[in-house]
Design a protein around this ligand. Structure first.
Ligand code: URP
Ligand code: ZN
Ligand code: ZN
Length: 493
């Protein structure tokens, strides 16, 4: 008798991909998917997936883990707790941040976060490098070297007093990214509008969490998107616009993409399922719903769903930013802090996929025209892998990593604070009942979660070396401002 050709066969399930859904067994050898088909030979191990969906493991490309915030506060999660939570929510890869602050050396920052992740992560990971100190060494030495070493994305904030990067240094970052082939991700809001509104509101005594939403005017998003897109177009550098929250913002992105600009964008469950009214709670409770940009209105939710269906937005991420509702987190400035003193961000790693699955697959959002499952896979796994050039990730296909989430599509779960595996202590989605939950999660052929039980060890996740890839390639269409033929022969780039 010959030995089995497969280490693992996931048998009898329905495979869901971005391109279609079909019944099939999936065979794994080592860390890799090697065959897909019906009636595959027995594997050394078998998982019965009958009645279940076999989907690519989720990829969450916007997560703040073990990170020091814009306000200098260390968030609640470790790589171990955050990636445990991510795995229970069906994810097999996260991209988090190596966050430079003013005065910090970027290489040391990346090394420090890499050590934390190496020790703690249970699923695979990569980093976006936050640049908040765009000095000559960062721009000319550290960024090019770190990009070459495999950290192929940068993040910049256009707001937050302590880390914002103004237009001129932002152009330096964009040009360095262009020369070295990295994608630039941006938190784009108009800093002056937010700062001015915040000061006026606080001065007049409007200090409760709900005024946080008012302090980020809708137009602050569209204005910053428009300016950012002009900056990136000047030097033909692709960008990813993080956490789109308004209809107007989505429209700016649609217009830019229609011109052929390489503008990518994401939104998050908080903008699809919450509104600014969620912040309007007695006392400080509303702080649990405070994130930036803030949740908006029901009409924005509808516009964002349309933008997802049209392809204007290509990924849905959690923007997991875990601050506890106590003196170590949201209430670090005291129990009566004004909204400007409260850390922005909310947890979401574990519920991103179930919330999206429930809306797109179980409830069948009409925008996706009967192809909600395919669109769900595309937005939460396949396109994130392609845009961020995560090698061999995001698809169920031979040659790809065996990163697989097995879903029970009819399992009903009511989300509670106590059920979450991160260290935030609450979830703003508590009380929501969803249909569909991932019960077994496999990373590179090994179970991380097996029938709802954690079986992987801290440190078993692996850093993913990324080169720029297609999304980070310039279009090759420079604006006339950069064309020597139209600017008296000047060679600016
Ligand atoms: O409110 C948020 N989103 N906090 C996390 C940091 C950021 O802005 O991405
Ligand atoms: Zn942000
Ligand atoms: Zn964020």
């Amino acid at each position: 008798m010959s030995a089995s050709p497969y280490d693992l066969v996931i048998r009898g399930g329905t495979v869901g991909t971005a391109g279609g859904t079909y019944p099939a067994d999936v065979a794994v050898k080592g860390e890799t998917i090697v065959a897909i088909g019906q009636g595959l030979p027995a594997g050394v191990r078998e998982i019965d997936a009958s009645g279940k969906l076999v989907l690519p493991g989720g990829i969450d490309t916007h997560t703040h883990i073990e990170q020091v915030s814009a306000g200098g506060l260390l968030n609640a999660d470790t790589f171990e707790s955050a990636t445990t939570s991510a795995a229970f929510g069906g994810n097999t890869t996260v991209v988090s941040f190596a966050a430079q602050h003013r005065g910090l050396d970027l290489r040391k920052v990346v090394d420090d976060y890499a050590k934390l992740a190496d020790r703690g992560a249970l699923i695979d990971y990569a980093f976006h490098m936050i640049v908040a100190n765009p000095d000559q060494k960062t721009i000319e030495t550290d960024l090019p070297a770190l990009i070459r070493e495999g950290h192929a994305s940068i993040k910049v904030f256009m707001t937050y007093d302590l880390i914002k990067v103004d237009d001129e240094p932002l152009l330096d970052v964009l040009l360095t990214a262009r020369e070295n082939r990295a994608l630039v991700c941006v938190h784009a809001e108009n800093h002056g509008m937010i700062s001015w509104m915040g000061k006026r509101l606080v001065k007049k005594g409007y200090v409760q969490p709900k005024y946080h939403a008012i302090s980020h005017p809708r137009g602050s998003e569209a204005e910053a998107f428009t300016r950012l897109i002009a900056l990136s177009a000047l030097i033909d550098q692709p960008i990813m616009i993080f956490h789109v929250s308004t209809a107007e913002g989505a429209q700016v992105i649609r217009d830019a993409r229609a011109q052929g600009l390489k503008v990518f964008a994401e939104t998050c469950p908080q903008y699809l399922f919450m509104t600014k009214h969620d912040l309007d709670k007695p006392g400080m409770e509303g702080a649990k719903w405070m994130c930036s940009p803030p949740p908006r209105d029901a009409a924005d939710q509808e516009a964002l769903w349309r933008a997802l269906a049209l392809g204007d937005l290509q990924t849905v991420t959690s923007d997991h930013a875990p601050y506890r509702f106590d003196e170590t987190g949201k209430l670090s400035a005291g129990p009566n802090a004004n909204f400007k003193q409260i850390a922005n961000g909310l947890p979401g790693l574990e519920v991103r996929l179930p919330l999206m699955f429930d809306a797109m697959v179980s409830k069948g959002r009409p925008e996706f025209d009967g192809r909600g499952l395919e669109a769900f896979v595309n937005l939460t796994a396949t396109q994130p892998a392609q845009i961020y050039n995560l090698p061999k990730k995001g698809q169920i296909a031979p040659g790809f990593d065996a990163d697989i989430a097995i879903w029970e599509p009819k399992k009903q779960v009511t989300i509670t604070d106590a059920a979450m595996h991160d260290l935030t202590g609450f979830t703003p989605f508590a009380g929501t009942t969803v249909t569909g939950w991932p019960v077994t999660v496999i990373r590179r052929g090994s179970e991380v979660v097996s029938d709802g039980q954690l079986v992987a060890k801290a440190g078993s996740g692996r850093w993913l070396k990324r080169t720029g890839g297609w999304a980070a390639e310039p279009t090759g269409r420079l604006t006339s401002d950069m064309d020597p033929a139209t600017n008296f022969g000047a060679r600016i780039l």
